[in-house]
Ligand binder design. Structure first.
Ligand code: NAP
Length: 719
């Protein structure tokens, strides 16, 4: 394929999408460097739901050299000019745009075999992940482009030599290779933290459902929100892409363990230490607690959860429950309870109200699941198979991709081998008995590393024991009981703020987990320097660095006029017994150390001392400016330490220094324009010794707000 400019087409507005219902086969295109590449029509892709072809892959492999070049040249440099706040704003805008056009995605998602609920998980789950990372940028990431993992530590006795860690974006391209089961969520959950970190990416969806990812990228393109080259899409084989990667690049993979092994052992990936993250097969467990009896809340929760995990996305979820463990005495009762519910599952055309489970992603996938069931039958008997009762409802269906749920049962799980090694990636689970909790935990560990396990128990001792034992073998653990039931997100839902990934067989990777995922696209470096240089590097005030003393009280400065390092050294105050008595009266804190001369003398301090909270309050009295001004609220105190006692007769003084500024970009309607300012506070005594140390967190209004003379009501006091 030639890829000169005349053969590229751009899509500045929402493209006409030949919705599958029109019967027009959608010709997918690679999206490289902001252009849709024309190319001949390649292999057709069948709808999983209906007996029609809905799309076709491009006939030619994407021009990998061009893709990598566009990412390195345009994507990287464009992202490098945006700070965390701006990238977060773009994610937020993108989420809004996609939400507005989500019905286009739902229409295509139907053909992946999904029910409306399945599509909701994929589509709105993906969009929610974008929003979650946008929120993270606003709340947890600093202004600027460097992430500082402070605080700096003193490396010398006099404080002239310090050390800390910073993170910067890896200087390369991230290649995201996705599985077929979540064409929207899979692409967005990898893209969001990568984009926020400042790394461009090339997304490669699995071919069976790539049309939905392609439509998603068309919508993203139409939004014109992302800088050119920050996201690209390649379809079908990856050609020589992995050969073109180098030291600063990243590959994140979701799919089978076999493919993961092939890709992670690619010579170029190994030779150049390309970061490789894998999410692969996982034999996730659900354990009924030893304390649980039929008819209890936890019993019902487990039955519901197992059936849900077997049927949502027709069991094609990496986190689905594959192994169900119950006390031996409950094996029959659990078999009956699950079978009764599975018998009520109706498969077929998910537009029909009575249909509760859709199709597998393709006929090939169904064949694959059938062959895995045959292997599992070496160890297991059939406990439930709807068989003929599972006749799909609807007309014109792709019957080759439809199958009813299958429950297997293994009476001797210790002797079994395939049970703990073979994943049937469909509506399939295996029930097995255990003798005691330790036995159940040992069976769970035989999965050799899984994404998730859930325990259904109301017993605190069992829960603590199980979680401690299983944490070494699982990426996530959910303890589900009656207390959590009303809010539980269940066994199978990875959440943006929690780690997704598991050790061993599950690939050994980590995705999501809030800031952790962003950091996985960044390079950490230890930095050693003087405080002055350290402050310049990190963009944060570091103790020992020069401060900016100014006539104007720092609390009188708007967010824009305030600079990191602006500082105030307060007047002094001598602490008296009257202060201690008054503070005891106000607070009700008559702790012996402040009021009992004899007991205090016998204490390590040898005398009565002031309340720590009095020192904190007195310091606020020293540094606040009382008049209304740009500082709107104090919403917290971080890293508080009472370093030395303050006794009656000691004289304290505070230094307040602007330490860190975070430009708060997200505004609810009517909310004032403002930023977050963290202030370093040092309280010293008459000998210059530090007695208290902390950061206070304030909201500071911006110029437009302050000059409009509006007053915003603080959420707390300013001190
Ligand atoms: P797969 O065959 O391993 O394919 C996964 C991805 O790798 C697809 O995009 C595929 O592209 C691509 N791929 C395959 N061979 C490649 C090669 N030689 N070079 C570059 N890319 C290659 O897995 P799948 O059948 O799509 O997914 C099912 C499996 O994924 C299940 O076993 C399931 O356990 C696992 N899975 C795991 C997770 C998780 O988070 N742990 C999530 C979902 C699925 P093509 O489609 O174009 O071949």
């Amino acid at each position: 394929m030639t890829t000169n400019a005349s053969q590229h087409t751009s899509s500045p507005s929402i493209p006409f999408l030949p919705l599958p219902e029109t019967g027009v086969r959608h010709r997918m295109q690679h999206w490289i460097g902001g252009h849709w590449l024309d190319c001949d029509e390649g292999a057709p892709i069948a709808s999983a739901m209906l007996d029609v072809e809905v799309a076709s892959l491009p006939a030619s492999i994407a021009p990998m050299e061009e893709a990598v070049h566009a990412a390195r040249l345009h994507g990287r440099s464009a992202l490098g000019q945006l700070d965390f706040a701006r990238r977060g704003q773009m994610l937020r805008a993108l989420a809004k745009h996609l939400l507005e056009h989500k019905e286009i995605l739902y229409a295509w998602s139907f053909h992946t075999g999904a029910t409306r609920k399945d599509s909701w998980i994929d589509i709105e789950g993906g969009i929610a992940t974008l929003s979650a990372y946008a929120a993270l940028a606003a709340s947890e990431l600093p202004s600027g482009r460097i992430l500082h993992e402070g605080p700096p530590i003193a490396l010398g006795k006099q404080g002239h030599w310090m050390g800390t860690h910073i993170l910067v974006p890896r200087e390369g391209v991230a290649v995201h290779i996705n599985a077929f089961n979540f064409p929207v969520w899979g692409l967005l959950e990898k893209f969001a933290p990568c984009f926020l970190a400042g790394m461009p990416c090339v997304a490669k969806p699995a071919s069976a459902t790539a049309y939905l990812s392609e439509v998603l990228v068309r919508l993203i393109d139409a939004s014109q929100i992302l800088p050119r080259g920050s996201l690209q899409l390649i379809l079908g084989p990856t050609g020589d892409l992995l050969d073109r990667l180098c030291e600063g690049d990243v590959v994140t993979f979701t799919g089978s363990a076999d493919t993961a092994l092939r890709l992670r052992s690619h010579p170029n990936i190994l030779r150049r230490s390309v970061v490789f993250n894998a999410e692969a097969d996982s034999l996730n467990s659900a354990i009924l607690g030893p304390d649980v009896e039929p008819g209890t809340a936890e019993w019902d929760l487990m039955v519901r959860e197992v059936v849900r995990e077997m049927t949502v996305k027709a069991g094609q979820k990496c986190t689905a429950i594959r192994r169900v463990m119950v006390p031996r005495k409950h094996l029959d009762a659990m078999t009956q309870a699950l079978s009764a519910r599975l018998a009520a599952v109706r498969i077929g055309d998910s537009r029909l109200a009575e249909v509760t489970m859709g199709a597998l992603a393709s006929a090939a996938q169904r064949e694959d699941v059938a062959s895995q069931i045959a292997r599992l039958r070496d160890d297991c008997e059939l406990a439930f198979d709807a068989g003929a009762g599972a006749s799909p409802l609807g007309e014109g269906l792709n019957l080759g991709a439809m199958m009813g749920p299958v429950l297997l049962r293994c009476a001797q799980p210790d002797a079994a081998s395939t049970l703990h090694a073979v994943e049937a990636f469909g509506p399939v689970s295996t029930l097995m008995p255990y003798e005691d909790l330790d036995h159940a935990l040992a069976l769970a560990a035989r999965g050799c590393g899984s994404l998730v396990a859930s325990l259904y128990s109301h017993n605190t001792r069992d829960a603590a024991r199980a979680v401690e034992a299983m944490a070494a073998w699982h990426g996530r653990l959910a303890v589900i009981d009656r207390d959590a039931a009303s809010e539980s997100t269940g066994h199978g839902s990875p959440l943006p703020m929690l780690k997704h990934g598991g050790p061993g067989r599950a690939g050994g990777g980590e995705e999501l987990g809030g800031l952790r995922a962003v950091k996985s696209y960044m390079q950490r470096a230890a930095v050693q320097a003087s405080p002055r240089i350290m402050a310049a590097i990190t963009g944060e005030y570091v103790r020992g660095a020069p401060v900016i003393d100014s006539e104007l009280h720092p609390f009188r400065r708007t967010f824009e006029d305030l600079h990191v390092g602006h500082s105030l050294l307060t007047h002094r105050r001598t602490v008296t017994e009257a202060d201690i008595v008054a503070f005891g009266g106000i607070s009700g804190d008559y702790f012996y150390m402040h009021f009992d001369e004899e007991a205090a003398r016998a204490s390590p301090f040898g005398k009565r001392i002031a309340h720590g909270y009095f020192v904190l309050s007195a310091a606020a009295g020293l540094f606040v400016h009382p008049s209304p001004g740009p500082v709107l609220a104090n919403y917290g105190v971080d890293t508080l330490r009472f370093v030395k006692p303050v006794a009656i007769g000691d004289t304290i003084q505070a230094r307040l220094t602007c330490k860190r500024k975070i430009d708060k970009t997200s505004r609810k309607p009517g909310e004032a324009a403002q930023g977050v300012v963290a202030w370093d506070v040092q309280v010293s005594n008459q000998h210059g010794e530090l007695v208290a140390s902390y950061d206070i967190l304030t909201l500071v209004s911006k110029r437009e707000q302050a000059s409009a003379g509006q007053t915003t009501h603080p959420v707390g006091s300013t001190s």
